[in-house]
Design a protein around this ligand. Structure first.
Ligand code: 6CS
Ligand code: FE
Length: 317
């Protein structure tokens, strides 16, 4: 009898199904947050690794010197000034205004942020936690300008990166470097501790070219109010406010969001998304075409060469 020859696509199992005709639900995560082998030497205190495993995030405040932060802030200002005149897809403006909301693929637009993304203190930590070589799945500068910076509603990044980018497993993490003070008032990232251990199935079909709306205001891949309330009742709510130079490491599946910024103080953070090389994106798990390269690296997947930077490496060109 002729055996069926199924293609890789047909045999591929979706371990984290979401959207489509599914009902909203909360299911257990099937994989760890820390993939490091027990024999690997952690680059930070083991108690912090255990805290990350438990909570799904860590805030570190003393990774960069004031001179390094000042140089990064100069590059932030240079990029923001240039972005205002850029007509390119990587520059996302706030809905209804010309204010720059995000600049994607910032590692390709700025040699300074490319060096920062490859810094041992960030990429080295990501490689340890993910137990593999890493590559940059996505990088972005979120400006959240004063008065006009709009919110990022509650979501799990992994739900989007799995469903729309074809990221197989939750073996990725984000590192956010605050380049302006993140105060309790100007829209710091809010997280639900421990929520990374639960996968929230979202309802609804993924629209065509969804990224053209979702990067301004995410409406698909958003948990139900009921499921958000259940997660928050269990884990609480924490803001990740901290002075410029603070670093937030968070698991790809941690439930997070941030409020709009009506203060005069911009909340500008650089975000670097590290994916394990063994977890490279495949075809999307939704019935849409893959998202463009500036939102999800697909064509140029190569292991990151980790660097030891000095302050002068962050001086704008
Ligand atoms: O769709 C994405 O990849 C982007 N959206 C959000 C709200 N967070 C992750 C990422 O920046
Ligand atoms: Fe996000």
């Amino acid at each position: 009898m002729k055996t069926a020859t199924l293609t890789r696509e047909e045999v591929r199992e979706d371990l984290y199904p979401s959207r489509g005709g599914l009902k909203g639900n909360i299911v257990p995560r099937k994989h760890p947050a820390v993939w490091a082998s027990d024999s690997a030497q952690p680059p930070l205190d083991r108690s912090l690794v255990e805290q990350y495993q438990r909570d799904g995030f860590l805030v570190l405040r003393d990774l960069f010197t004031p001179e390094e932060v000042a140089n990064l802030q100069a590059e932030l200002d240079r990029l923001r000034h240039d972005a205002q005149s850029m007509e390119r897809p990587e520059v996302i403006t706030e809905k209804g205004t010309r204010q720059v909301r995000s600049i994607f693929k910032v590692h390709a637009l700025s040699a300074v942020f490319a060096r920062l993304a490859a810094d041992q203190r960030l990429a080295g930590l990501a490689a340890y936690l993910l137990g593999d070589q890493v590559y940059l799945h996505q990088t972005r500068m979120n400006y959240k300008p004063g008065f006009h910076g709009k919110e990022f509603y509650w979501h799990s990044d992994f739900e989007t990166w799995h469903t729309e980018d074809g990221m197989p497993l939750p073996r990725a993490l984000s590192i956010s470097v605050s380049l302006t003070d993140n105060t309790p008032h100007n829209g710091p990232l809010l997280v639900i501790p421990g929520s990374h251990k639960h996968y929230v199935v979202c309802e609804g079909e993924t629209p065509e070219d969804n990224y053209q709306m979702s990067l301004q205001a995410q409406e698909t891949g958003v948990p139900s109010d009921e499921n958000l309330a259940r997660l928050a009742a269990q884990g609480g709510l924490v803001d990740t406010a901290g002075p410029a130079g603070s670093v937030l490491i968070f698991d790809c599946n941690l439930m997070h969001g941030s409020n709009s910024n009506i203060t005069h103080l911009p909340r500008s953070n650089a975000f670097f998304v590290y994916n394990a090389l063994s977890n490279a994106v495949e075809a999307p798990f939704c019935n849409q075409a893959p998202r463009p390269e500036f939102v999800a690296t697909r064509e140029a997947i190569s292991p990151l060469t980790i660097r030891s930077n000095q302050a002068e490496d962050f001086r704008p060109a």
